[in-house]
Write a protein that binds this ligand. Structure first.
Ligand SMILES: [Zn+2]
Length: 190
């Protein structure tokens, strides 16, 4: 996914510095420094992701419906080290910017009207390349690099039977989307 990094940086900076000044500042520094600083920007580190049943159903339907990548705003709240996603709202995506292997939102979730966004989720329709690091390496994939530039606490990739996600500790985790008994991880309390 490409997550319009310019827009997210602008969003982060709005309260603090004029966007133009920030862009100059960011662009003048090494990539590694920018990634490290961005990784600390989201504050809370989530070690557990909990999807409500509604969120699970929405993801399953979206995943089944589209041959191209979709993107959603995960709305919820943090409880200690756990993030509970209550619902998933559609990100504002131009159809021309959604393809089988990438999706780009036109604006941030907040600007699309979704307050309380804890992170963004997008799909990989073929269920492939669901990772933030290239396997066996510490090299960030394009999704990993996108997350490092975002302001949100976490990011997720819907891959059919599982959701792969990452938080500000930059540890990749996953949970099953199959709501069968035995799915102890990731079920929201009703
Ligand atoms: Zn992706």
């Amino acid at each position: 996914m490409q997550v319009a990094p310019q827009r997210f940086r602008t969003h982060v900076a709005r309260a603090a510095i004029a966007a133009a000044g920030l862009m100059a500042l960011l662009n003048a520094r090494p990539e590694s420094t920018r990634l490290a600083e961005a990784a600390g920007a989201g504050g809370a580190v989530a070690r557990k992701l909990i999807l409500s049943d509604q969120a699970r159903r929405y993801l399953a339907l979206q995943y089944r419906s589209y041959p191209t990548e979709f993107m959603g705003c995960m709305i919820g709240e943090a409880h200690g080290g756990a993030v509970v996603v209550r619902r998933i709202a559609p990100a504002d995506v131009d159809p021309a910017q959604s393809a089988p292997t990438h999706v780009v939102p036109t604006t941030s979730c907040e600007q699309a009207g979704w307050a309380g966004t804890v992170g963004v989720i997008h799909s990989h329709p073929d269920g492939q390349h669901c990772w933030y690091y290239f396997p066996g390496t510490e090299v960030l994939s394009s999704d990993g690099q996108s997350f490092a530039r975002q302001p949100y606490a976490l990011d997720a990739i819907m891959c059919g039977d599982r959701v792969v996600w990452i938080s500000r500790d930059m540890s990749e985790r996953q949970l099953s989307t199959v709501s069968a008994s035995g799915q102890a991880n990731g079920r929201a309390p009703l």
